[in-house]
Design a protein around this ligand. Structure first.
Ligand code: NAD
Length: 368
């Protein structure tokens, strides 16, 4: 098990879910501090987590002794500066999605992490559902065969109250809409399973709420491995669900929980193309060992990496791949072209994917 890590959670919205996950891993983590600009919130959260010191100032947090890990759960536009400061101060850093607001910022963090004593772990907790992990196990055996088609649906619901929080719905602070904030998890799963994207064509629209950023998306993708994929996203669903299907030469795998926010978790349904393939699938999955899921699943693996030298469960390169997909989606929707990846420093959207017109769909809808 190795040593226990002392962690501080910064930003106490989703940060409170991180705290619940650390509480399920008492042999691995102690929460020593909570930090939020809202001092009253920090005090209230600390009361519910005995031993956690409440702080309202991030600089003061970095000067607090005895910490190993700084876990950043603040709004997207703050991530780069806070991560850089925490790495420079010598800590291991965990950071919520999206890691940064551009590929340039992501590459800057990659350079900062390469020079730092600590590690940087971007959050993609959906990866650690046991249903998805079963597919990852099957992939290691070669039983899946040639990948054909993936369909990824993110049908969620966000109403006016969600956008009452000042940073949401705006390019300057949320940095994007449903592709960046909500569907980023399901889209990361596509790359986690099928590798890099080769090219894509995207259509975006803002139809659900009166916000700057997109809230509906349809994306058509060719993967570098030759398979095809579709991404479908809305924040206007009456009934929320997330649904993922991977069609391979020898089998089809489908998420069956339908839970919008736990799509990687069991049950996943695997169907082979013959009784012999079904038997081989069953034999492989008989050896599957369920592990912690969601945030606890990622944190337990980060602990193993920091204390035992295992590879980090999610890398900066993984976060970059998701931000490259985002950049390509925004560039395609803005230019009306198919965009070919990879995107490097000479790409026009490398420094920022924010579109010149700064809105989607609504103009066409109202003017056309
Ligand atoms: N992984 C997931 O499933 C998931 C779910 C929700 C949100 N998120 C991500 O988490 C981040 C936060 O989202 P949220 O919904 O919790 O936002 P939120 O507005 O509910 O909470 C953010 C908190 O951060 C605090 N804060 C802002 N700047 C700060 C600073 N410099 N120092 C200390 N505290 C600061 C705010 O006061 C606020 O309490 C976003 O990047 C979001 O995309 C991830």
């Amino acid at each position: 098990m190795n040593r226990k890590l002392s962690v501080a959670v910064v930003g106490l919205g989703i940060g409170q879910k991180h705290l619940e996950a650390y509480a399920t891993l008492p042999d691995r983590f102690t929460v020593a501090a909570v930090c939020d600009l809202d001092a009253i919130k920090a005090e209230a959260v600390a009361t519910a987590h005995p031993g956690a010191k409440p702080l309202a100032d991030f600089g003061q947090l970095l000067r607090t002794g005895g910490l190993d890990v700084i876990d950043i759960c603040t709004p997207p536009d703050t991530h780069r500066a806070l991560v850089e400061a925490a790495l420079a101060a010598g800590f291991h850093v965990i950071c919520e999605k999206p890691l940064t607001g551009s590929l340039a910022d992501c590459d800057a963090l990659q350079s900062a992490a390469a020079k730092a004593q600590g590690t940087l772990s971007p959050i993609f907790q959906y990866r650690f559902g046991n249903g998805l992990q079963k597919l990852k196990l099957l992939q290691t055996t070669g039983i899946c065969g040639t990948p054909y088609l993936s369909t990824i649906e993110t049908s969620w619901r966000r109403d006016a109250d969600y956008y009452d929080v000042a940073w949401r719905g705006k390019w300057a602070t949320e940095l994007g809409g449903c592709c960046l904030t909500q569907a980023i998890h399901a889209h990361d799963i596509l790359s986690y399973v099928n590798g890099p994207v080769k090219n894509l064509a995207a259509r975006l629209a803002t139809r659900v709420n009166p916000v700057e950023v997109e809230d509906c998306a349809a994306v058509s993708i060719e993967m570098a491995n030759g398979s095809l994929a579709t991404l479908a996203v809305t924040l206007g669903a009456a009934e929320e669900l997330s649904r993922i299907r991977f069609m391979f030469q020898n089998l089809t795998v489908e998420s069956r929980s339908m839970h919008p926010y736990r799509v990687g978790d069991d049950p996943w349904h695997v169907k082979g193309k013959s009784p012999a393939i079904d038997a081989a699938i069953a034999a492989t999955l008989a050896g599957f060992e369920p592990a912690d899921e969601s945030f606890a699943g990622q944190f337990a693996r980060i602990h193993d990496s920091i204390t035992g030298g295992a590879p980090l469960p999610v890398t900066i390169a993984d976060a970059r791949a998701s931000l490259e997909l985002i950049t390509a989606i925004y560039h395609s929707a803005e230019s009306g072209t198919t965009v070919t990846l990879p995107l490097r420093a000479d790409h026009p959207k490398y420094g920022s994917w924010i579109p010149a017109a700064r809105r989607w769909g609504r103009d066409e809808q109202h003017n056309g």
